[in-house]
Design a protein around this ligand. Structure first.
Ligand SMILES: [Zn+2]
Length: 67
């Protein structure tokens, strides 16, 4: 079951709730003030972008050894 985030329309408290897929959270109440029907927050998927590739320097470990 996914965890959804909700925000209370009354006090603005943000809380998470385990909800079955497709649930709209209309049955939830704010844990703080008890207000019904919190607003569902669509938490944007954290766009963990690429970090621009690794360091370009390829370390050539000396396998030959200097003689
Ligand atoms: Zn509230």
């Amino acid at each position: 079951m996914p965890i959804y985030e909700y925000r209370c329309r009354q006090c603005g408290a943000v809380f998470e709730a385990l909800q079955p897929l497709g649930a709209d959270g209309s049955e939830l109440t704010c844990p703080k003030c008890g207000a019904p029907q919190p607003e569902k927050i669509f938490s944007a998927f954290a766009s963990s972008g690429h970090d621009g590739g690794g360091a370009g320097a390829r370390s050539s470990c000396g396998t030959g050894g200097f003689t």
